[in-house]
Design a protein around this ligand. Structure first.
Ligand SMILES: [Cu+2]
Length: 280
């Protein structure tokens, strides 16, 4: 039974790691999704470091408890010591945890700085959350925009994951720094793509910023991560990272396809208003 569970655990971890590469969750996945951006790689390292630290602490406390149980139970130690203070130990159990926290804080703040300090962006995508779908605008690529809806179960094409596939994917070039500006037209949503290490709230009336640089071509799925109402579970995010040439080709056809949306954005811009659903 134990071996069976262990092998199940191992194979689950294995398949989880393998499938996680594709930017979507996998059955029995126990670890974070595979990293597709430098930020997510850092999150992985930080997570591993934390896992080592907390496991060591748990084992250390477990050993101490075992020693107490064996050596100081009533039978082994019938006459207990009346010691109530030990300065050395008291200083140690204060100073050592502080040192551990500092050890954790340094890489933690470094990671936060990497996530929150947006480098000079190659392009911007504006993301707007709605009840219950996302819309995307490309202000640097001809100011077109489009809505992105869940593909319902009966319309799924082979290879499209249930509850994650969308009709219009966000397309971005690989190895380019993409800044995302995130807002909402109604309630608070949250734009989250696990493989990118990105999770940022979409607040009405406020523009939040984040960034990612996808290092491998592929499709990466995410979900709204702030409970936003009835269909919160049905507003997935799908980001397709392609080569620069493929991105240029996609922009050309997307501009034509979403021409009406671009017109609307243009009119709003002429009127001196911000493009996007917030201005409606
Ligand atoms: Cu939501």
């Amino acid at each position: 039974m134990g071996t069976c569970a262990a092998s199940l655990f191992a194979s689950a971890a294995f398949s989880g790691a393998a499938l996680a590469e594709t930017g979507q969750p996998s059955p029995w996945q126990i670890n974070l999704q595979g990293a597709a951006t430098p930020v997510m790689e850092q999150i992985h390292s930080f997570n591993t470091m934390m896992l080592i630290i907390i496991t060591s602490i748990v084992l250390f406390v477990l050993v101490l408890l075992a020693i107490v149980v064996v050596r100081f139970n009533e039978r082994a130690n019938p006459v207990p010591s009346k010691t109530s203070h030990n300065t050395l130990i008291e200083v140690a159990w204060t100073v050592i945890p502080v040192m551990i926290l500092v050890l954790i804080a340094i890489p933690s703040f470094r990671l936060l700085h990497l996530e929150l300090n947006i480098p000079k962006a190659d392009m911007t995508v504006k993301v707007t959350g709605h009840q219950w779908y996302w819309s995307y605008e490309y202000p640097d690529n001809g100011a077109f925009g489009f809505d992105s809806y869940l593909v319902s179960e009966k319309d799924l094409k082979p290879g499209q994951p249930r509850l994650l596939a969308v009709d219009n994917e966000v397309v971005v070039p690989v190895n380019k720094i993409v800044r995302i500006q995130v807002t909402s037209s109604d309630v608070i949503h949250s734009f989250a793509v696990p493989a990118f290490g990105v999770k940022i709230d979409a607040n009405p009336g406020r523009l939040n910023e984040s960034w990612f640089k996808v290092t491998r071509e592929g499709i990466y799925y995410g979900q709204c991560s702030e409970l936003c109402g009835r269909d919160h579970a049905f507003m997935p995010i799908a980001v397709r990272a392609v080569s620069e040439a493929d991105f240029a080709a996609w922009v050309a056809q997307a501009k034509a396809k979403f021409a009406s949306a671009a017109d609307a954005a243009g009119k709003l811009a002429d009127a001196g208003e911000t493009a996007g659903p917030l201005a409606r």
